[in-house]
Write a protein that binds this ligand. Structure first.
Ligand code: ADP
Length: 180
């Protein structure tokens, strides 16, 4: 853990050169708006095709091809990262529907997948804080806590970047990370 560096960026996750970027996907894996749309636009059609094949294989999965809290890994098409990890956050429904546990699981499973693939650097967007409506301060706390806990089991991963797209999220993360 001593070598670990949490980094914080205000910007576009698709521009990063890291081992893996994480996509806030939806359960169909077939693309959407927000960061999902931006990643598919930048990666090109090969990424969507790979997602389609995975979705096809998992079409009988309860909860969709990738249920909330779960994660899958693909190539990265034209992006300059090596892999894309697609995870599905919870839709915010007031907090009484397991949203916190599901969001915790998104960060945890993404890191475990990255570690299992021998990856060392990973960038996360602020999962669920867009269209899915998770309150930003609460989501940031969960993200940092889940990553910190999971990294105890993934010594290979030495670089974690939280990528914020808006200043409000950025300020929440800045405060949390400076307190570590
Ligand atoms: P969700 O459905 O999980 O809420 P969204 O894509 O709507 O997913 O939003 C998740 C977060 O990703 C939001 O904070 C949004 O501002 C942010 N976001 C949107 N586009 C990008 C991008 N290109 N790079 C990084 N973050 C982005």
């Amino acid at each position: 853990m001593e070598d670990l560096k949490f980094e914080l960026i205000l910007g576009d996750i698709t521009s990063l050169t890291v081992d893996a970027i994480v996509n806030a996907a939806n359960s169909s894996l077939m693309g959407g708006g927000g960061v999902d749309g931006a990643i598919h636009r930048a990666a090109g059609p090969a990424l969507l095709e790979e997602c389609r094949l995975i979705a096809e294989r998992r079409r009988r999965n309860p909860g969709g091809a990738c249920p909330p809290g779960d994660a899958i890994i693909t190539g990265a098409g034209r992006l300059s990262c090596r892999k894309v990890i697609h995870t599905v956050g919870p839709v915010w429904r007031g907090g009484g529907f397991g949203e916190a546990e599901i969001l915790t699981s998104c960060y945890r499973k993404s890191l475990l997948l990255a570690a299992g693939s021998g990856l060392r650097s990973i960038a996360f967007p602020n999962i669920s804080t867009g269209v899915y409506g998770y309150p930003k301060a609460a989501a940031a706390k969960i993200a940092v806590a889940s990553v910190k806990n999971t990294l105890l089991q993934t010594p290979l991963i030495t670089r974690v970047i939280f990528v914020c797209f808006d200043r409000e999220n950025y300020e929440f993360y800045r405060e949390l990370i400076s307190g570590l």
